[in-house]
Design a protein around this ligand. Structure first.
Ligand SMILES: [Zn+2]
Length: 184
């Protein structure tokens, strides 16, 4: 996952929180685009977005302490946590969450490709892309029946096509126009 991807997620920076500490062990803090949070360094907790995040400490060279978040997923120490789907993850764990979302996308892309292949048995130049602005009803996208083909065969293919597109729409939770716009 590259930095451009990671920037799309809301992140909480512990250094920014500690900036408001002023030597206190308990303090309120404000982050941009976020409700006020509360830090309790004795209990080693940060409360933010109704969530309690645990802190870890290491000794610093000057008799003080360095504070870190404990990632809620993997327990690793980190200074940045990323919010995705309502829960916090460190950079490493976010990469895994991101990958699993990619896998889902791959799944429904594959199903659309299956549907496209069915349509290409009739019209080899068929592409969903060409229907993005005009498409309304799924079966209406299917190419017209070639003269040489029996109606029964044609309808069977078209039914499979409709079922396959519906399956992909269900997988991605979007209608097809949106899904395909995201792919382009
Ligand atoms: Zn983690």
């Amino acid at each position: 996952m590259n930095n451009r991807t990671i920037e799309r997620y809301y992140s909480v920076d512990l250094r920014q929180i500690m900036h408001e500490r002023n030597k206190r062990m308990m303090f309120r803090f404000t982050l941009p685009n976020s409700p006020d949070g509360f830090a309790d360094l004795n209990a080693k907790t940060i409360t933010l977005h109704h969530e309690q995040l645990r802190l870890a400490t290491t000794r610093s060279g000057f008799g003080g302490q360095n504070y870190f978040f404990r990632c809620p997923d993997c327990n690793r120490r980190c200074l940045l946590l990323y919010l995705i789907s309502g829960s916090y993850h460190c950079r490493q764990c976010l990469g895994l969450v991101y990958k699993s979302q990619q896998a889902t996308k791959t799944d429904w892309t594959r199903v659309y490709n299956q549907a496209e292949k069915l349509a290409r048995r009739i019209d080899p130049s068929f592409r969903f892309k060409d229907y993005i602005s005009t498409f309304g009803v799924i079966w209406a996208m299917f190419p017209t029946k070639p003269k040489r083909m029996h109606w029964a065969t044609y309808y069977r293919l078209r039914d499979r096509f409709v079922c396959t597109v519906e399956k992909a729409n269900k997988l991605n939770g979007l209608d097809m126009i949106q899904a395909y716009k995201n792919l382009l």
